[in-house]
Design a protein around this ligand. Structure first.
Ligand code: SF4
Length: 400
């Protein structure tokens, strides 16, 4: 019932590395060409776990936006903004909290997981418990129907869907709903009104899903309906009330294949990362000192690439002929490990070159980036307000 819209955010808790590039940013670059995209810096989310280190937020925020732009996120295709600059996120979060059963939050799998993992932090806080609800508000406020998530985040999205259903169920039943729906049907014009009623009957009396789909597309085509009437007619079709908050769908993304320097997944918490904009000498040094197959103690010992983290990098970066050369050379001790690592170093430096080039432009003129973000915040505020008008009205809060 609303236009396709993608929402995705990142917490500014540290500088981005190649794992972020391969796992998230490259996906964003594809999405921005297909859909309306909103990408945001989740600075309030960062505070849920880093409330004791507010000094990191601002610097990381600007660095992260530079990383996004440098990676190729295009502000003419996507809207870039900062969560805390759109205060309506907090308003919706608060309003949703009124109807969120505590048990729903406690059951979100990451809640206990993270508390157990991050033992050095005290996460027995209200903010941390409410983290998935804030995430729901982020999504629902833009009526974003497409949310790219990895499999581990899918329960969060399901939670958001439940919240939106609950909200619509409680607040979508406005007084005089039937009468208002009838008035809205009339606005479709006589032919389409008749068709709408016919399709609604077919769906409600016979469970005809095709009729429901046809009725929905009929409504989607209508230009002359305001949002309130549109919500009513979508809700009326299914026998419910207004659909004020839309249910998002998961855009499942493949888990990043980016290996870390030690062969585990690349992650800041494992200390095995290569920065997106790390300088060339440091990249060379990190790759050269990477562990290899422990069986290759001497240059003359043959090895097995399957037991070597460097091979994971070849799988990601190297063409077949280089991989064949590694297989052959490693298993026969025909090449040394430093030799084997050289093509990886070159591939990483080649990948970083255009990123560094674009980043330089924003580093030299930060106003350029800040203007992009200011424009993005303005647009995000406008979009959020469209939803909040309906939300406030439904909750009896639109006094003025
Ligand atoms: S030759 Fe390459 S694949 Fe083999 S152990 Fe050394 S670095 Fe690893």
């Amino acid at each position: 019932m609303f236009a396709d819209r993608v929402l995705s955010g990142m917490r500014p808790t540290g500088s981005l590395h190649l794992g972020h590039y391969h796992g998230v940013l490259k996906n964003w670059l594809t999405l921005q060409q297909k859909y309306e995209c909103l990408f945001f810096v989740a600075d309030w989310h960062a505070l849920t776990t880093h409330y004791d280190a507010p000094e990191i937020i601002e610097q990381n925020t600007w660095n992260m936006v530079i990383d996004w732009l440098a990676a190729g996120v295009d502000p003419s295709q996507a809207t870039l903004f900062i969560q805390s600059k759109v205060p309506a996120h907090a308003e919706l979060y608060l309003l949703l909290s009124m109807i969120t059963p505590l048990g729903w939050l406690e059951r979100v799998p990451t809640y206990k997981d993270q508390q157990e993992k991050l033992t050095e932090k005290d996460l027995s806080t209200y903010g941390f418990l409410g983290y998935p609800l804030l995430q729901s508000a982020d999504i629902l406020i833009y009526r974003a129907n497409l949310v790219p998530v990895g499999e581990d985040q899918a329960p969060h999205l399901e939670f958001t869907r439940e919240i939106s259903r609950r909200f619509n169920h409680i607040f979508g039943k406005e007084p005089g709903f039937e009468e208002k729906a009838s008035q809205a049907i009339k606005k479709l014009g006589s032919k389409k009104s008749r068709l709408y009623r016919e399709l609604r009957n077919r769906y409600q009396e016979h469970g005809d899903e095709n009729a429901l789909a046809e009725a929905r597309s009929l409504l989607e085509e209508q230009q002359n309906l305001n949002t309130g009437d549109r919500e009513r007619l979508f809700g009326y079709l299914e026998g419910g009330g207004r659909i004020i908050l839309s249910e998002p769908e998961t855009l499942l993304t493949k888990a990043s294949k980016m290996p870390g320097l030690d062969g585990q997944k690349m992650s800041k918490s494992y200390g095995n990362t290569i920065g997106l904009r790390e300088d060339a000498d440091s990249v060379r040094k990190k790759i050269r000192t990477m562990p290899t197959d422990p069986a290759r103690i001497r240059r003359s010992d043959p090895g097995d690439p399957a037991k070597c983290p460097v091979w994971q990098f070849h799988l990601l970066y190297s063409p077949d002929e280089v991989r064949d050369w590694v297989q052959q050379g490693c298993t026969t001790a025909g090449i040394g490990c430093l030799e084997c690592k050289q093509p990886v170093i070159e591939s990483i430096l080649a990948e970083q070159a255009p990123i560094l080039e674009r980043a330089r432009m924003y580093e030299e003129d930060p106003a350029l980036m800040r203007n992009i973000v200011a424009d993005g915040c303005e647009k995000a505020n406008r979009l959020a307000e469209e939803t909040m008008r309906d939300v406030r009205e439904a909750l009896g809060l639109s006094y003025l």
